[in-house]
Design a protein around this ligand. Sequence first.
Ligand code: SF4
Length: 57
Amino acid sequence: MKKNECIKCSVSQCLHNLVTEDYCSLSSISVGTHESDPTVPECTDCNSFVKRDGCCQ
Ligand code: SF4
């Protein structure tokens, strides 16, 4: 796993997260929204998220 210093992320439940540091390991990610008219950060989603085995049960 290689740290991508351009993508900070604290979602340790994601398979692509470094966990030991708050960074993503992917070379790029896809971000989207689940809202029709997003207004705050909470309206956005990382669509590259993949659940890490053994968490979120
Ligand atoms: S894929 Fe998205 S949620 Fe997963 S570590 Fe990378 S930025 Fe975070």
